[in-house]
Design a protein. Structure first.
Length: 115
């Protein structure tokens, strides 16, 4: 099983980034996919989640209207489009897959929002 995130980096406030998470080794279309983020000294927090077929999404209040989660069940990939980025969005972003009692984490990708 692998979840490989990409797309992180350094961006100025107000900028955009698109994170990708490529999945392999499990039945991607059966899993709820989520993005979490974590900063040093704080708990990992849910940023956004999307249902297995993509019809239902939910977002943390802090990112509503700025971030969009989507998935491609043919490419086995989940995305996080991040717009209007703020310094407080700086964190390591993790991809997470869950189906009932099975769950997997990616290794994380750093997002830094700074001028």
């Amino acid at each position: 099983v692998q979840l490989v995130e990409s797309g992180g980096g350094l961006v100025q406030p107000g900028g955009s980034l698109r994170l990708s998470c490529a999945a392999s080794g499990f039945t991607f279309g059966s899993y709820v996919m989520s993005w979490y983020r974590q900063v040093p000294g704080k708990e990992r927090e849910l940023v956004a989640a999307i249902s297995s077929v993509g019809g239902i999404t939910n977002y943390a209040d802090s990112v509503k209207g700025r971030f969009t989660i989507s998935r491609d069940n043919v490419k086995n990939t989940v995305y996080l489009q991040m717009n209007s980025l703020k310094p407080e969005d700086t964190a390591v972003y993790y991809c997470y897959a869950r189906a009932q009692i099975r769950y997997y984490w990616g290794q994380g990708t750093q997002v830094t929002v700074s001028s």
